[in-house]
Write a protein of this length. Sequence first.
Length: 669
Amino acid sequence: MGARDQNVVKPINRLLIANRGEIACRVMRTARQLGVDCIAVYAEADANAPHVKLADQAVAIGPSPVSQSYLSIENVINAAIDTGADAIHPGYGFLSENAAFAEACVEAGITFIGPPVNAIAVMGDKARAKRAMIDAGVPCVPGYQGKDQSPEVLLEQAQSIGFPLMVKAAAGGGGRGMRLVEKPDMLAQAIDLARSEAANAFGDDVLILEKAIIRPRHVEIQVFGDTHGNIIHLGERDCSVQRRHQKVLEEAPCPVMTPQLREEMGAAAITAARAVDYVGAGTVEFLLGEDRAFYFLEMNTRLQVEHPVTEEVTGLDLVALQLHVAAGGELGLTQTDIRLDGHSIEARLYAEDPQHDFLPSTGEIHAWCRPSGDGVRIDDGIECGGTVSPFYDSMVAKIIATGDTRELARIRLLHALQNTALVGPVTNRDFLIDALGRDAFCNGEATTAFIAEEYGEHGFSNAISDTDHAVAAALHFASRRRTALEKSLGVNKELLNWSSAGAVQSVFNYGSATAPKFALVSANTADTYDVTVGECKVPIKIAQIGDHTATLYVDGRKRTAFFFPENDAILHITTGDRQYSVHDFSSGDADTESGGDGIVRAPMHGVMIEISVAEGDNVKAGDRLAVLEAMKMQHEIFASIDGLITKIAVESGAQLSDADLIMEIEPDV
């Protein structure tokens, strides 16, 4: 069915959003403003998620694994039919670029908020898409996208293309099934790995080969089409800062764009869209070489994660435009109507650990502090008390800053991130702050090689300093004192920390991400402390302290901090450039020995990395029972009684919460 054949006005009154998290919430906000009822779908893990609470109606569609819920075409279509939905918005990811899903919507008489089925099918297959773009005259990277997938042909074609080259899965995206091959002797293994990864991720092991463009920029053009044959572009986005081919920082416009280059790339993007009779929001992605030559990479037939930066510089609501076009309306815009005003930069906040190869992090969200300020926008789908689940993508929020100039946008985003705090799973917040301050990014010189070149083999590191420990000790002392005072009948401020024997001294034994530290907090007055951490002595004055925020003067310099006590022993702290946790091992809650009753429990949240005994073993007091990794430290757990191991409740690798049962010891009589 061509785009012009769909030219039927079909009002949308009830919209089902076939997605979750921040994009589901973002679509609902616009739909609500347009008077459209919103229907959410959710898997078991998302039963209490923000997008479910925000919707007018919510439907359970299956267990937590995506294959049984968000990727189940049958379950999503049935939910739409049962709730009387006029249309389905797929968001991004999941079923958003699934031609079979779009076809199922058409067959069910439900408007699919996206392009025609054929456009999805063509652009969803990299080999087919590239052949179509070559036929349309769109500049493409030299390569091979043929149907003969034999190793002999792939090797022959690789030799013809030359090295370095990219091996890519024809289906799917997100960097999976993709390998850089620098030398001929690396090709066979790269093909095997890419083919296996593609088959597992997409159920399709077809590969294409492309000449590798070294140190390119990743520049994409936002296009929009309607059912009346109108197609325009809304400018470009630079998405070059990536890790494992996943975007991290995006901005509009591109720092090195010129009016002539924008016109050429925009025209190529429109040509690509016309080649498949495109309707709705789409993104044509290009590699931009250092010589300013550009090559078609792929087309994403959906709304992009990074669409907010385009909205900020054009003043358009892309979701509203999607709904309008899907209902049969004309764009109402011509190319000359599009003006790019100012600059916008987006940072993706991921629940992942940049100091450990960006490994995903999961768990309960104890606190979520959203930044605010001029030109700052937050798109999120999380809340305090919620959970970052291992079943879904690790991106939890997008922080967008806009200003009249690129530098103003960068500074606003930097300040916004410095005032962002997520307590629970580890995030890439500190990495984003560091990346925004690197000269290459500040100067607009970042390419797709940015992270590799800036962080190299050693990766990102943000070690906790002695001063950080000192701040933690002072805040821990002051916050616990504040809590105690709130429960007391009243104490004169003049008497706080006063003792007839002189200054009150409290010794705390802290552990953190680097190593255990011994901190001596010497309270001089009600709000001034001399904190000794190892050989470092830091004077700290707490000017203001609230439930979770504090203003301090550290060695005379003003600092602000967000803190969250998980319990009496654990304190999570966020400062301008660092987010970390400390554990007070002086607290009774921090005892890492088993109780005298033989019940051995986890002293804190962590991962069990070693069980040192087995059921039936006899142990003596002081024997090592297990090793728990928490806050990037290894904590040995010892027996405090003699006895027989009668039960081991966990296995190595298990995620444990505070006080979870580890094992039981039957005491010797």
